[in-house]
Design a binder for this molecule. Structure first.
Ligand SMILES: [Zn+2]
Length: 327
């Protein structure tokens, strides 16, 4: 059996959860284990927990470590793909130039392949999900933040350092709201779940009428994008307007991508994308308004097919492809 046909492990590390899984040579999931990241404990303890989670996933799949061909690691981070480093990660405090692949590989004695979590999800959706069989697609996750992954000619595009597709940090508004990355006016600061919650709170604080106030128990500070979505589904005008505004910014970001990359499909995932047509309708409109006619009419804007595990599937697929190249 070729090395690439053996099972591979995958792990997805985010600010909240660590999920590890083992997949067989055909991409079917054999086991899945998750635990809390407890990111405030710092890199050393988080990595120990991450290694234990991978170990348990391999054990649950009924495999010896030596049967596993490699480990794909999807991290919510800015990574240096050439030096194998997590350079920084806004949701993982104190992670600065952490040699994560080496720290996992040292434990398991297996090849480890690191990539950004949204890039992993893009690869997962391309191989097994909504983008199967396409050549060019963009995956965007809109949740607390905004991340992205790009497939060009059927392959994941990592860029020179592995930092490509930071779609959330494309600057949409010069001197706009502060962003989690330390800069201003990024798409993430205007169209993420966090941004939607912030805009709603600002407008409520100005005294605008809305059922959001009651939904949050009259505590404006407790309003989140979930409150906004609930109110919007009940027809609340302010909530609908906030979503329309955020979707407009999202659409401008997408229009830029459509003009630059001319993709066949843009897959919009993440918790905020469950707003569905409320978000995607105005975003589609903005693409039409801001992108050239031909690429704007070609691109299909869709929801993901794989849900929460797209990143895991993609990290496994990445390990499989990289292992094949190395073999
Ligand atoms: Zn930013």
């Amino acid at each position: 059996m070729a090395r690439s046909d053996r099972p591979v492990a995958a792990v997805d590390i985010g600010g909240t959860k660590i999920i590890a899984a083992v997949f067989d040579g055909n991409g079917a999931m054999l086991s899945r284990i998750y635990c809390l990241t407890l990111a405030h404990e710092g890199p050393a303890r988080v990595i120990k927990r991450l290694n234990q989670t991978i170990d348990r996933a391999i054990e649950k799949a009924g495999l010896q470590r030596s049967r596993v061909a490699g480990i794909g690691v999807a991290a919510a981070a800015i990574i240096d793909i050439n030096r194998g480093l997590v350079t920084e990660a806004p949701n993982l405090p104190r992670w600065r130039n952490v040699p994560l692949p080496a720290l996992i590989s040292g434990e398991f004695n297996l090849p480890v392949y690191l990539l950004n979590d949204a890039s992993a999800a893009a690869l997962g959706e391309h191989r097994y999900g909504a983008g199967r069989g396409l050549n060019n697609l963009i995956y965007i996750t809109v949740s607390t933040g905004i991340g992205g992954g790009i497939i060009i000619d059927g392959e994941l595009y990592n860029g020179t350092d592995g930092c490509a597709a930071e779609i959330g940090h494309m600057v949409i508004m010069v001197d706009g709201p502060a962003c989690n990355c330390g800069r201003r006016g990024c798409l993430e600061s205007l169209a993420s779940g966090t941004a939607i919650g912030r805009m709603a709170k600002e407008r409520l604080a100005y005294g605008e009428t809305s059922i959001m106030r009651a939904l949050a128990g009259n505590v404006i500070e407790d309003v989140t994008s979930v409150t906004v979505a609930r109110a919007a589904r009940k027809g609340d005008m302010l909530a609908l307007d906030v979503i329309r505004t955020a979707a407009g910014y999202l659409g401008i970001g997408l229009a830029n991508l459509v003009n630059i990359l001319n993709p066949q499909m843009i897959i919009i995932g993440g918790g905020v994308s469950s707003m569905g047509a409320m978000l995607l309708g105005p975003a589609r409109k903005a693409i039409k308004a801001h992108a050239f006619k031909l690429p704007a009419s070609t691109v299909r804007i869709v929801r993901p097919a794989l849900g929460m595990d797209a990143g895991l599937s993609g990290a496994a697929e990445y390990a499989r492809r990289k292992g094949r190249i190395a073999a």
